[in-house]
Design a protein around this ligand. Structure first.
Ligand SMILES: Cc1cc2nc3c(=O)[nH]c(=O)nc-3n(C[C@H](O)[C@H](O)[C@H](O)COP(=O)(O)O)c2cc1C
Length: 433
């Protein structure tokens, strides 16, 4: 299989410009600069590249929504906030292949005619930010970024902006507010960022992995890229697998690889004798699946068909020793902590849900608590400015739908069958495959 993201990850000093150029790096940028903007966009559309930040919106289509060029500033923002629990791919791209992302940023900026690009990096990612800054310096010195790139007349400045580690700042309009120096509170839409975004100018926000896929599409063509995946879901995907498997890590595989194969072949199967109990397929906000549902294809359409989402492809595996009530309590506290507080249903509802799950988990659950929990979750869904409310409510509804028996057992017996346990240390020689 052609490796797009992980090609240089095993090479010593694989993050350096010299290594990247040796493998043909920045050749796609030179090619793009000799094409028309429409042709670049056309290849990305033909490649069926769908946004890797969670929603899976087709990247080329989004670029096409950018407001008409009026000669004023236009921006590209790269979302490197990577806040969804279970996700750990963008930081690896930035640490190990920063030039792949920068080349993608330059091609994308050319396609949308933006001359400034902001990379919004999660506050905790010091080493990733350092690598990206060093890579920008290398690329500017080599003429891949900056003024008159490769004599094309196209200029591009790339800026690194560090966040402060707030999950909500990964939401694109909160990210824009944060870059502008304001508290990271999502904006009401419309207008969408493609019309009114950063500094009230047309802006495209794309995930790191989305942008890092662009050079390969320009280099080898949209048709080639589309054929790597499934219909409507082009390319390869970085799947992040964590939890009760033998070999947790990042796996670059064709889009649409079955979940069963990811868990039992690539991640080495279950860590011990306890069988599989549940899988969160695409990051903590995506509805949980049971062992009977793991033959699903891990692409945007496959997971939608079984009532879940690919999200950021952060697959969290639970074996039969896990308590689903305690697991949900952990998630509910995360969302309550991360709500920005702007919308009442999310501000009040996330804390209310966390309190009810805590009550059930501690054996003090009341008759009616489970229905109340379900009711609070459905009252948040669709009633907030940004999808953080949905992200908090979906795991609650999903856990109750698939594992209601466990919640009922906690309420009726006041006890948990699954004692807390320490996680076994992870034994792995590398984090990606
Ligand atoms: C609460 C919340 C957090 C989000 N966090 C991230 C994130 O950390 N990284 C990311 O790329 N997208 C995140 N998103 C999705 C972004 O809003 C946006 O859809 C994405 O960056 C667009 O890029 P894409 O089209 O390449 O997927 C988040 C959305 C929400 C509602």
């Amino acid at each position: 299989m052609d490796r797009i993201f992980t090609r240089d990850w095993d090479k010593p000093q694989g993050h350096l410009l010299s290594v990247y150029e040796e493998a043909g790096g920045y050749g796609a940028l030179k090619k793009a600069l000799s094409m028309t903007r429409e042709a670049v966009m056309g290849e990305v559309k033909a490649g069926n590249l769908r946004g890797r930040g969670g929603a899976g919106f087709p990247a080329g289509v989004k670029w096409g929504f950018m407001a008409k060029d009026d000669g004023g500033p236009r921006y590209l923002c790269i979302n490197a906030d990577e806040g969804e629990p279970g996700t750990f791919k963008d930081r690896y791209i930035m640490e190990r292949s920063p030039h792949l992302m920068l080349e993608g940023a330059a091609i994308t900026s050319f396609a949308i005619n933006a001359h400034a690009c902001y990379i919004y990096i999660r506050g905790e990612f010091y080493s990733a930010a350092r690598r990206v800054r060093e890579a920008i310096d290398e690329a500017v010195k080599a003429g891949h970024l900056g003024k008159n790139i490769h004599g094309s007349g196209f200029d591009l400045d790339i800026h690194v902006h560090m966040g402060a580690g707030a999950y909500v700042c990964g939401e694109e309009s909160a990210l824009i507010e944060s870059i502008e120096g304001k508290p990271g509170k999502p904006r009401s839409r419309p207008p969408f960022p493609a019309a009114v975004g950063l500094f009230n100018r047309p802006t495209i926000v794309n995930n790191v992995e989305t942008i890092a896929a662009v050079p390969s599409i320009i280099e080898r063509g949209g048709a080639w890229y589309a054929a790597l995946g499934t219909p409507g879901n082009g390319g390869t995907k970085l799947y992040c697998v964590s939890g009760h498997v033998k070999k947790p890590g990042i796996f670059e595989l064709p889009m649409g690889t079955p979940l069963r194969e990811i868990i039992f072949t690539h991640a080495g199967g279950m860590r011990g004798a306890a069988p599989l109990k549940a899988v969160i397929p695409g990051g903590s906000s995506t509805p949980v699946l049971t062992p009977q549902e793991i033959d699903v294809k891990m692409d945007f359409d496959g997971l939608k068909a079984v009532g879940s989402m690919l999200g950021s492809a952060a697959t969290v595996v639970f074996d039969d020793t896990a308590c689903m009530v305690r697991s949900l309590a952990r998630l509910a506290h995360f969302y309550a902590h991360e709500s920005c507080g702007q919308c009442t249903p999310c501000r009040e509802g996330t804390h209310w849900m966390a309190k009810i799950v805590d009550r059930i988990e501690s054996g003090k659950g009341r008759a009616g608590d489970i229905d109340l929990l379900d009711d609070v979750a459905s009252s948040i869904m669709g009633n907030t400015i940004c999808p953080l409310g949905d992200a908090a409510a979906m795991p609650v509804s999903g856990f109750l739908k698939k594992f209601r028996v466990e919640f009922e057992e906690h309420v009726t017996t006041g006890r948990c069958r699954f004692p807390p346990q320490a996680l076994a240390p992870v034994k792995t020689d590398r984090a990606w495959v």
